[in-house]
Design a protein around this ligand. Sequence first.
Ligand SMILES: C[S@@+](CC[C@H](N)C(=O)[O-])C[C@H]1O[C@@H](n2cnc3c(N)ncnc32)[C@H](O)[C@@H]1O
Length: 210
Amino acid sequence: MAHIDQYATEDATLASAREAGRQADAGPVSAASGAALRFLAAAIGARAVVEVGTGCGSSGIWLLRGMRSDAILTSVDVEAEYQEIARDAYRKAGFAANRTRLIRGRALEVLPRLTDAAYDMVFVDAVHTEYPAYLVEALRLLRPGGIVVFNNVLAATPMIDGPLHVPDPGTAAIRETERLVREDEALIPLLLPVGEGLLAAIRADAPEQD
Ligand SMILES: C[S@@+](CC[C@H](N)C(=O)[O-])C[C@H]1O[C@@H](n2cnc3c(N)ncnc32)[C@H](O)[C@@H]1O
């Protein structure tokens, strides 16, 4: 695991964004998770990405670095102060202001206002107990072939399991999201043990009619 974590490297811009996020207690993604997000965004040539949980901008910079040069990141957070720090971080990372659309508000109030099937990727990094509800919104927002990615699935999931172990509500919600993703035949799931752990799924194309 340490090998994976050390393989991804941050430049000075990302290191400073992560430090700002750490100091603000905004839980910035690790370099390993960020590198995976950049990879996935680049692999699908993402033009439009929704992020749930802007924080101070670390994951946004990684995503923008993988997205196409004309792509737009829409990022939602309840904390205006975090989003101001993120805005500054994007600017320092060289992204024009029109590459990001920061929306302040509760994700479950903002996401329903975004357009159906208009996004290539949804990255979720906010309230664990809301992960199952974010999944419902993400599946509506994604175009066929789009990818949803949930952060923190390993950090929040205890390794101890069994009938006597009662997980906290956040962990229970993450487990429920893992199950929903695995059992949805319209999704191609993958658990990636990088950084804090990423649960990813591709929204498959609709099956062809006979
Ligand atoms: C782990 S941090 C995100 C870190 C960010 N992705 C990064 O890499 O810098 C979680 C974020 O979710 C935000 N948040 C908390 N409740 C929320 C809600 N109901 N809707 C949207 N964002 C929320 C917090 O303000 C915080 O910035």
